[in-house]
Design a protein around this ligand. Structure first.
Ligand SMILES: N[C@@H](CCC(=O)N[C@@H](CS)C(=O)NCC(=O)O)C(=O)O
Length: 215
């Protein structure tokens, strides 16, 4: 059995953060597929009682430890491996600031937008999609400005804040109906820098469940 188990599925940018980090630090890990769209196991009492009371993926299991929330998982793995770790209190707080902004306002909107537009059986109301797209554009512009003068979110070195931001940014443009790279060039250049890190893989290569069967 591998040292780490990650409950995840290929379509999830939230899970991708954890899977990417595990790969980038060279961890010995294995995925456990969450049938999110078919059986919807994350909604079942057994999952909530035994795996994650919040009913979400990703979940990282390491020995007798079970961790949820990608930001917590990234922090744990950075502390254990010493890699992508913010250095000192100021950097730690700065990384947390960007992780929270990303969770709520960047990938936190990109995920539901793509889900409602492309993956959900019942497509999203156009007004809801328009609201989310407006927020996505505004928040990606904030990130784009930040990355215009820095290689990575905190400076010259990639940290867990960058790995969090990677969430949904490598999924195909046609799943969103717009091209983040074309509209936000500094984000596109940053994507290439992250992609060049040893161990980088596309979410559809790294996690099980792609392509999605009819659900
Ligand atoms: N902030 C959480 C978000 C996790 C999350 O929302 N995961 C989705 C999958 S992409 C989920 O499990 N949703 C539960 C559901 O919709 O039933 C994290 O970063 O881990």
């Amino acid at each position: 059995m591998a040292e780490y188990q990650l409950y995840c599925f290929a379509q999830s940018g939230n899970c991708y953060r954890a899977a990417l980090m595990l790969n980038l630090i060279g961890a010995n890990w294995e995925p456990i597929w969450v049938d999110f769209f078919g059986e919807m196991v994350q909604r079942k009492p057994d999952y909530r009682e035994n795996i994650n009371e919040m009913g979400e993926a990703p979940v990282l299991v390491h020995g007798d430890k079970t961790l949820t929330q990608s930001g917590v998982i990234l922090t744990y793995l950075a502390n254990r491996s010493g890699k992508f770790k913010p250095q000192g209190e100021d950097e730690e707080l700065e990384a947390l600031r960007w992780i929270i902004f990303d969770n709520q306002k960047v990938n936190g909107f990109l995920g539901p937008f793509r889900f409602l537009r492309t993956l959900s059986k019942q497509k999203g109301d156009p007004a809801v999609l328009a609201f989310l797209k407006g927020r996505i554009d505004g928040n990606l512009a904030i990130v784009n400005k930040r990355l215009s003068s820095r290689k990575f979110l905190l400076g010259d070195r990639a940290t867990i804040a960058d790995i969090s931001l990677a969430g949904y940014l490598y999924y195909p443009a046609d799943e969103f109906g717009f091209d983040v790279a074309k509209e936000h060039p500094a984000v596109a250049a940053w994507c290439e820098r992250i992609k060049a890190l040893p161990g980088w893989k596309h979410p559809y290569e790294l996690m099980p469940g792609h392509p999605l069967s009819a659900h």
